[in-house]
Write a protein that binds this ligand. Structure first.
Ligand code: SF4
Length: 651
């Protein structure tokens, strides 16, 4: 029997992003980039643990486990025969609408519907969803709509009951009362479904989650206009379109840029492309039009919505005057000048880089050798690992440090990875970083704001609970010396005398390569400089990098060839990271983790995985190796970018 096509709460949420997505969702023939991230995302956010933690607050609750709609409905209805009952994942159906309520509390003829979210809130605020003008804040709207849908289904299914609705959220104002809370839970994939289970009865923190009534906010969103329909009519209409599998006419806009139903890379090339279908339908584009650069290929291009509305989408159809390029008087090119350069290079199909030789030469004159490149990996678990920590506080668990000397020598100076389950990493991290950076007095570089933000957080943590550290003063002084306070940093200090230079800012004002398209991420800049720089191509071809061939250059690679070509293009080095599956049983590895470490945010997920005390040793070692190689490549990438620039200036 075919599965019923219910409008569920997740499909309703998807339709709120874009109603056309209802047509593509769940169809195997369409590419869907979100499917690939599910398990990793769950690990990285540790949000899935919040759902399981919420159940601890209701020790008498009954879990409705079946995934099958009918079985779940029948089990729920049986439980609802009780006058008073708490049900987790209660299955509720009304006509073609279906939802699973995270926590449903029934007391006689009253229901309390509770939706659990890993989003943080300041628990001391009575109505955190409301803005100054009495409106529902945009950041909360998707959550409010989600509960509004559930309340509508529950009200419709049980009209004789009263329903009140709440969100159960992570209270960022509360400190965790127990140690190692996250390690009481295990995340696993079973039958293709990511789930979290509580693995012991250790005491849990009663303060981390807070319940906020959301009825007022729901009433407000329910009175809004939904394309000429009321909230209830809109739900009805969406459910009918979904039941009949009708594609709702696409309305294209800037939201399409991040559409998950778009083929990206080789993995999806066999699949149908929802994005392409929508844009063909609306714009009448032919295959070759999808090869032409668009405003989506520009970095941080404002007014995208207006340009799309006017159908000014293809760069070769937009006038250069639109960019209104103006000098801002600061070194390098202004944001509008760089935008015009990107536009011109992409429009004209140029293959080479734009390099502001003069500007870079001026900047480089102030640098002091050896140049220090550092990169941090950090985690922000929703559920704290440590007693006294608040949710979503930063944990700095890994760094890599490369130096580039004036004579061109590259040294992998140091690396640090805190892999001990349950202990707080950040002060030890700072200690080791200090030890490594104080070996010289050269300029320090970071890529983007992250490293500075983390140092600011560690200073806050030192002040909050680090005063007992024997080297508190020394650590604090060092941290202030290499950083600058952010806008909201408490107890701000004077910008440090060895404040880190942001390499990304230099890219933003002095460098562009068409391969970077709309990004300045190091993951895009590295392949671009490698494809552009003859110097890098000569230096890193062959087995030229590693501790076997250049003692000191690396801690994790023996003989690495970074320059490898496919179809005349240098392959992205991140794709060359050795397959971590090689040395252990592939099936076992996949079952536990997958080979995702080389994907950006996965480092945090890997760290949270290392916190699980029952992790098999061979698996632990594999994760550690993967993390070390990944972080080393991040600082080597920074070295390579600067090497490429130094070489341009020598030409
Ligand atoms: S391409 Fe745009 S209109 Fe089509 S489904 Fe994606 S977001 Fe919606």
């Amino acid at each position: 029997m075919p599965k019923p096509r219910y409008l569920t709460k997740s499909r309703f949420t998807l339709a709120n992003e874009c109603p056309t997505k209802l047509f593509y969702t769940g169809k195997k023939e369409y590419a869907n980039t979100k499917n690939e991230d599910d398990f990793l995302q769950a690990l990285a956010e540790s949000g899935i643990v919040v759902g399981e933690l919420a159940k601890c607050y209701y020790p008498d609750g009954h879990d409705v486990k079946p995934l099958d709609y009918e079985a779940a409905l029948s089990e729920t209805n049986k439980l609802l025969e009780h006058d008073n009952v708490v049900i987790f994942e209660a299955a509720i159906k009304y006509q073609n609408l279906f939802c699973r309520v995270d926590v449903l509390v029934k007391e006689g003829d009253q229901f309390h519907l509770i939706e659990v979210k890993a989003k943080s809130v300041d628990g001391s605020k009575a109505n955190p969803f409301q803005g100054r003008k009495g409106n529902v804040l945009a950041a909360w709207k998707p959550y409010v709509l989600d509960v509004a849908f559930q309340r509508h289904v529950l009200n419709s299914a049980f009209p004789e009951h009263s329903v009140r609705a709440s969100l159960m959220l992570v209270d960022k104002s509360q400190a965790c009362t127990v140690n190692g809370l996250l390690t009481n839970f295990k995340i696993q994939k079973e039958d293709g479904r990511t789930q979290c289970i509580r693995i012991n009865d250790e005491p849990f923190c009663q303060k981390l989650l807070t319940i906020k009534a959301v009825d007022e906010a729901i009433d407000q969103v329910c009175t809004e206009d939904y394309d000429g329909k009321t909230f209830e009519e809109n739900i009805q209409w969406l459910s009918e379109q979904y039941a009949k599998d009708v594609k709702i006419q696409p309305s294209i806009g800037k939201h399409c840029k991040a559409c998950e139903f778009r083929c990206k890379g080789d993995a999806n090339h066999q699949k149908k492309d929802g994005f392409r279908e929508c844009w063909t339908e609306v714009l009448g584009w032919k295959d070759q039009d999808f090869e032409r650069p668009t405003i989506f290929d520009l970095y941080n291009f404002r007014n995208q919505e207006a340009y799309i509305d006017q159908r000014d989408i293809l760069l070769d159809e937009i006038d250069a005057a639109a960019f209104n390029a103006q000098d801002d008087g600061a070194p390098g090119r202004s944001a509008s000048q760089m935008q015009e350069i990107r536009y011109t290079y992409l429009r004209d199909g140029r293959k080479e880089a734009f390099v502001d030789h003069e500007g870079l030469a001026n900047v480089m004159r102030d640098w002091k050798y050896p140049l220090n490149m550092i990169d941090f990996e950090t985690a922000m678990p929703a559920v704290p690992l440590h007693q006294g920590m608040r949710p979503y506080q930063n944990l700095a668990f890994q760094f890599s440090h490369h130096t580039l000397h004036e004579d061109g020598q590259v040294v992998h100076e140091a690396e640090y990875l805190h892999d001990e389950p349950g202990s707080f990493p950040s002060f030890d991290f700072l200690r080791k970083l200090k030890e490594s950076l104080e070996k010289n007095d050269g300029t320090i570089f970071r890529y983007a704001d992250h490293e500075n933000t983390i140092i600011c957080h560690i200073i806050e943590q030192l002040d909050a609970f680090g005063a007992e550290e024997p080297d508190y003063e020394v650590l604090r002084r060092f941290a202030c010396a290499i950083s600058q306070p952010g806008k909201n940093t408490p107890n701000p200090w004077e910008t440090g005398e060895r404040d880190m230079i942001d390499l990304r800012q230099l890219v933003a004002r002095h460098y562009f390569h068409p391969m970077m398209k709309g990004s300045q991420s190091i993951k895009y800049v590295l392949p671009a400089v490698l494809n552009d720089s003859k110097f890098l191509q000569a230096k890193y071809s062959g087995e030229s990098y590693g501790y076997d061939v250049q003692p000191g250059s690396s801690k994790n690679f023996t003989r690495q060839t970074w320059i490898q070509y496919v179809g005349g293009t240098v392959v992205d080095p991140y794709q060359l990271l050795p397959d971590v599956l090689d040395e252990v049983d592939k099936e076992r590895w996949n079952e536990l983790w997958g080979d995702e470490i080389r994907a950006g945010g996965a480092a945090m997920a890997a760290y949270l995985r290392l916190q699980q005390p029952d992790l098999p040793e061979e698996y632990r070692q594999k994760v550690i190796k993967g993390l070390l190689k990944y972080c080393e490549l991040d600082t080597l990438a920074m070295v390579m970018i600067v090497e490429a620039w130094r070489n341009y200036n020598m030409c």
